[in-house]
Design a protein around this ligand. Sequence first.
Ligand SMILES: Cc1ncc(COP(=O)(O)O)c(C=O)c1O
Length: 382
Amino acid sequence: MRSDFLVYGSPQIGQEEIDEVLDTIHSGWLGTGPKTQRFEKEFATYQGIENAVAVSSCTAAIHLALLAAGVGKGDEVIIPALTFCATANAVIHAGARPVFADIREEDLTIDPFDVERKISSKTRAVIPVHLYGYPADMASLRSIASKHNLHLIQDAAHAAESEYRGKKMATYGDITTYSFYITKNLTTVEGGMVVTSNREWADKIKVFALHGMSQDAWSRYSDRGYKHYQVSMPGYKYNMTDIQASFGLHQLNRLETSLLRRDEIWNRYDEAFCTLPFILPPSPSDSTIRHAKHIYALRVANGASISRDECMERLYSQNIGSAVHYTSLHLHPYYTDEFGYRKGDFPVAENVGETTFSLPLSAKLTDSDVNDVIQAVCGIFK
Ligand SMILES: Cc1ncc(COP(=O)(O)O)c(C=O)c1O
């Protein structure tokens, strides 16, 4: 058994990030400023889209994306039942109602057939989630969105590097949102980004994200001289700081090499576990689909002699951390009580939520860490 606990989701932070954070501290300007602007530009370039606005989280990003698209009170937004609660909560913060759709067995992303079934006269938007980094079926979703005049707002919290039909996910949404939370492929400790080719929406989101003010603090306090600001709406406090952007700039530079390392780990896991009573995470067979390999979630097969929670306990007893992504939202008390969902409403999401557990997959893992995980998982059935 390993001597120290292997923390699930521990990120790889390089000397470049540490030096950049120190440089920011010594520069005298730590808030939203030139480094945040640079990070926005470089992230937009990476995604191949013109406009990016850095914010404090993906939750904030989804909230502002909905507001910019004019989604609000009385509207409905369709989201997958299997996602992090933030996807639903952001819809509620915008004043709308989240309507759940089931996911597909083959890739665990939102099922376009169920989306179409859930459309009502109040539906204004669909938020696909590229779960674990696997792109949702954007061709079908775009065709549904066009037919019913709906906005397609992507929750790409897991999918900074994902591609669909050879292009980054941002190409396919009206607005696309990203998370830079500590466990994500690119982390700013906490943070998020909104990306859109709609300049007017991007400008609106920028103002929404900082109190509704016409000038951010950097443009007021920089060496270009003080500028007065005006408040045009009661906005939010969702801005990113230059300390966060200092992490982001170098994490972005390392995004592709980190993916190569996670790809190696993913393949080692697949090889080691393919004969055990697990369903391996789906991998795209189509070369035009690129999986961001954010979460490696093993699914305990029907009829296995052990439950998911027992698997996690055995890993824990071997000093290996694991996680659950996620319990289907309709089974959490708030959504059950508020929206009247019941057990059995979303059978695929429910089953995946009850049977999967996620293994450490960070680019930070050494070969020896990976060996420890493999040994511990194989040991579950001994
Ligand atoms: C699918 C999904 N959506 C949204 C979020 C929210 O991201 P953040 O923590 O940056 O607000 C997360 C975070 O884990 C997520 O996994």
